[in-house]
Design a protein around this ligand. Structure first.
Ligand SMILES: [Mn+2]
Length: 378
């Protein structure tokens, strides 16, 4: 008897670093991931799907987002249980209570809007710990675990929130007390606790009854190992949990020192080794010392990759790369008249005290070199 455990779809999410069409493709990919979950549920013979919170990014997602996910959920072969989380709590006026959700929600899709047990099939019980608002009092998940009878049934509690043992000690609303949850498991009140909120698939307790499934698509650089869903077999007292990859986007953080042409070659090689750049978000942190020719090469290299990747952020580039300026580089530019005067003025400014203006002058000289063709690969 298997259950598909997923969470944190956060549909309707926008990301500031995605420019132009990349945002539309990101949103579409997140909906497509939902359909892949339906296919996975079928392929793995799951009897139902539980979505452990944050189905939507906000309490008021765009009507199109709602209609489109419901259209995809309508094709799911098994019951689907949606838990309101901290992003989309079930307070009055939230998405769950209004059109188009209420009108278009298929009969086999159910919101876990209270703590009433649901039973998709004989012998399996699903109990939700929904977020009533953004600042709930108490530990919703532990309360639900403790209130279940100690009858050793195949019972799944679906909860949402941080666990101090996993994410570090904090006192955020909805924080889950692992000690209380483990005690309820030990007493036979709950067999599996399906958690959402953390975007990285994580076994929470040593016994393997409490898991974060991870987000189906990554959303940020600080997630470890996102793009997953869990298939949980509950036939035996000990749940058997299997991880499945469902994501299609990737996030990368690259830190490198660049001091030579060979370093620039290696950087280019590393960037080009990333599969599917149009679905990859990249954050670069570069350090080192380059001459002006190399800076121009680096700028060309990055400008070129920026066109291929979904996003390429390198905000610290100028501050962390020292520029070595040689008169040879600048004199090699065959400039005359106004352009030559500008070059000389910029050179003088770039060599003055290392203030912001000197930095701007260095950037301008690098741009001059790049536009003159000096930034092309030797
Ligand atoms: Mn959350």
């Amino acid at each position: 008897m298997r259950v598909l455990h997923t969470s944190d779809w956060q549909l309707g999410m926008t990301r500031h670093f995605l420019a132009g069409e990349a945002q539309a493709r990101f949103s579409e990919a997140r909906l497509e991931a939902v359909s892949r979950l339906g296919a996975l549920a079928q392929e793995q013979d799951c009897v139902c799907v539980v979505v452990a919170g944050d189905v939507f990014e906000t309490r008021h997602p765009d009507a199109r987002t709602v209609a489109r996910v419901l259209e995809r959920l309508a094709r799911f072969p098994v019951p689907v249980y949606l838990l309101p989380g901290n992003h989309d709590p079930i307070d009055p006026g939230a998405v769950w209570h209004i059109d188009p959700f209420t009108r278009a929600c298929p009969p086999h899709v159910e919101v876990l809007d209270d703590r009433t047990p649901r039973s998709p099939v004989e012998g399996l019980e699903i109990v939700g710990a929904p977020w009533p608002n953004k600042h709930p009092v108490g530990d919703l998940t532990a309360e639900v675990c403790e209130s279940a009878p100690a009858d050793h049934r195949a019972r799944v509690v679906v909860g949402h929130g941080g666990v101090a043992e996993v994410s570090g000690g904090f006192d955020a609303p909805g924080t889950i007390d692992l000690g209380r949850v483990r005690a309820a498991v030990a007493e036979g009140r709950v067999r599996y606790v399906a958690l959402g909120d953390r975007h990285s698939a994580t076994r929470v307790d040593p016994e393997g009854h409490v898991w974060f499934c991870g987000a189906p698509e990554p959303t940020d650089h600080d997630e470890l190992d996102p793009g997953t869903a869990l298939v949980v077999d509950l036939s035996q007292p000990q749940p058997q949990v299997t991880r499945h990859e469902v994501g299609s986007w990737t996030f990368h953080r690259l830190t490198r020192a660049v001091d030579t042409d060979a370093d620039l070659d290696a950087l280019a090689e590393q960037l080009d080794a990333i599969a599917e750049p149009s679905r990859a978000v990249l954050k670069l942190a570069l350090t080192g010392t380059l001459d002006l020719q190399q800076v121009a090469r680096l700028d060309t290299l990055l400008a070129d990759r920026a066109l291929r990747f979904a996003a390429l952020e390198h905000p610290e580039r100028n501050r962390d790369i020292a520029v070595r300026m040689s008169d040879d580089d600048l004199d090699a530019l065959e400039l005359s008249g106004y352009a030559a005067t500008a070059r000389d003025a910029l050179r003088a400014r770039a060599r003055s005290a290392g203030d912001e203006e000197a930095q701007t002058a260095t950037d301008a000289l690098s741009l001059l070199l790049r536009l003159s063709g000096a930034g092309e690969r030797p």
